[in-house]
Design a protein around this ligand. Structure first.
Ligand code: F6R
Length: 263
């Protein structure tokens, strides 16, 4: 795992966006895995800006989102499809027909999960998967106890996640407690994973992800087995890491090497 510790949430978004921008410049037909939640919003703003300045194009890009609430159609303001349109797709030159979010209103969600897996495979797999992390260590909606080799499936949300996400729903609004989510195995198949986390509320989850044992009780810890996982965090989210200074040292060495090689 590459652990990158930065001063501020702004720097985290900048670093993460840079990875996507560089990749899109090299591979305009990229397949991107995307996330919702509050963490990636600043990164999406930077991608929008880069697109509007003409630095990158999304015309040939395909996207797959991690998850969706089961029971919410894409035009529901709390659905993740709606979120993606608002936060990214409506502002870039992407063909929306090439943007995929698990279908929360599928008549047969079990079948829809298998189809989602097949679609990802037919697109050639995901080049870079963006992730946030829940305070309980979830990635996508893979809650603690999720199988570390799991595939896209219907998943029950924990009360902790329902409570964390209640802020997006008004008091009288129906809040789903089921989801469709890519599995941990699906995420692990991506060529690269970029996990962003900011704020002290994520410090324990980040500690368990990076330095804890690999365990289904912290689903993100499965990334310890990924060939190319980059964990980009601010100082607050890094607060509980025992080897913080070592990770900073490695990053400085990496940057020096990349500069020498002209990257
Ligand atoms: C959303 C998702 C979730 C969030 C996580 C953190 O698509 O996959 O795992 O990344 O719940 O959410 P925020 O960023 O709101 O703290």
């Amino acid at each position: 795992m590459q652990v990158v510790i930065l001063e501020s949430p702004e720097a985290v978004a900048e670093y993460g966006a840079h990875i996507f921008i560089r990749h899109l410049q090299k591979k305009p037909q990229a397949v991107l895995g995307l996330a919702t939640g509050s963490t990636p919003v600043a990164l999406y703003q930077k991608l929008i800006q880069a697109n509007q300045q003409g630095d990158i194009s999304f015309q040939d890009v395909t996207t797959y989102n991690l998850d969706e609430y089961l029971g919410l159609a894409g035009d529901h303001p709390q659905s993740y499809r709606y979120f993606m349109n608002q936060q990214l797709f409506d502002h870039i030159d992407i063909n929306k027909a090439n943007t995929f979010v698990p279908p929360g209103s599928a008549s047969n969600p079990i079948l829809a999960c298998d189809e989602y897996e097949q679609m990802i495979e037919q697109s050639g797999g995901i080049d870079i998967q963006l992730l946030g992390i829940g305070r309980n260590g979830h990635i996508g909606f893979n809650e603690p106890s999720s199988g570390l080799l799991s595939r896209t499936r219907v998943k029950t949300l924990t009360q902790a996640t329902i409570d964390d996400n209640a802020r997006f729903f008004s008091a009288d609004e129906y809040q789903p407690h089921l989801s469709i989510t890519m599995g941990i195995g699906t995420i692990q198949d991506s060529q690269q994973v970029v996990l962003l986390a900011t704020g002290s509320g994520k410090a324990d989850a980040i500690y368990r992800t990076v330095e804890g044992p690999m365990s289904a009780s912290c689903p993100a810890s499965a990334l310890q087995m990924h060939q190319n996982a980059v964990i980009v965090i601010d100082e607050e989210a890094a607060a509980q890491l025992e080897h913080k200074e070592f990770y900073k040292h490695i990053e400085r060495e990496n940057q020096t090497l990349l500069a020498q090689l002209g990257y």
